[in-house]
Design a protein around this ligand. Sequence first.
Ligand code: AMP
Ligand code: MG
Length: 406
Amino acid sequence: MPTFEEARKIILDSVSPLGVERVSLLDAVGRVIAEDITAPWDMPLCDNSAMDGFAVRAADCAAIPATLRVTGYIPAGGEVAGSVEPGCAIRIMTGAPVPPGCDAIVPIEETDGGAGETVTVMGPVELRQHIRFRGADVSAGDLVIQAGTIIRPPEVSMLASFGKAIVPVFRRARVAVLSTGDELMELGETPLPGKIVNSNALSLAASLKELGAEPVILGIARDNRESHMEKMAEGLKCDALITSAGVSAGDRDFVREVLAELGVEQRFWKVDIKPGGPTAFGVYGNRPVFSLPGNPVSTMVTFEEFVKPALLRMMGHRRVIRSFVKGILKEDVRKKAGKLNFIRVSITVENGRYVASTSGNQHTAMLRTMVRANALAVLPRETSFVPAGTEVDLHLLGSDVEMMEF
Ligand code: AMP
Ligand code: MG
């Protein structure tokens, strides 16, 4: 049985980025760029004014106040008509190209406004002031976005500035989600005693959507070989397959057996964690197959810890594992020694520090404590008692914990 860390390494060593596709710039938001992007031209493309004001020769303003003759006007987007002659100035707006002869811009606030045919410069003028020079931001040929970068609004801005309407991104993973069990009903059916709604399919699909992967819900495999066989064969056509339940040692747990029959090579079964102990992992060619335990909390925790990093890698991300933050445990927690425990906690920020309170009953069938949780606290294997006040590793679950009400 691998340790948690070994299991995660086995999984991450088994997957690699999917192919590349070209999508329109806005569809690339949140995706990972698949190629290095170099600048096709200088930015800015020409020397231009950083202020609304007057284009001057600095030497003409050596003694101030200096009165200059206004000989022209260049608005933003305008074209340069003439040059700045000695003793003259050209009215210029922010972003407009700097005319020949000009070696400084005087902001309008540092002049008398120049309403008539002349302008009087009141403040001292330094050579090159308020000019944005060609290539000052980026030079043609510079690497501006590295392959593997997530496309956020700043990257969109950079790509747009260089005319990249279509960008290469790593493909989204299409991930099959299969639930197993005779006790399952589809969403919308009226619950009966002994039956439960197939909520795992929905929580897994929701997690996949959050990640930017594409869920393919296969429905329910009933507790017999044929039903498993049929659904699993379908699932193995996707980039990855996630099953839930049927992976323990019960006499109707067919998941591993049928996957093996279909040619899935098992890499491990069982990990030293709680919840999620019975998790199995295998590969079908280069496609990962995750067999997660069925209790909804176990399914979600193992998705978070094992499936998510793998899918992030497949979708081109370089950073695939969330870093831990430290926090203080608010109450005593008892656990069995021997397994790494992920307990559901509700964390708050107190005086700039995370404080974690257990969200209640930690049985893996207790969904409500998962709903109340916004982090998992990781409790070491060896201990059976973690007293209040202990500093623990926290694994934040996407939430608004760092936000404040206002
Ligand atoms: P199993 O490992 O097949 O014994 O499943 C363990 C438990 O997980 C079952 O008793 C159900 O309560 C629960 N479970 C299994 N599949 C699902 C599902 N698709 N949605 C919600 N709960 C499930
Ligand atoms: Mg079952």
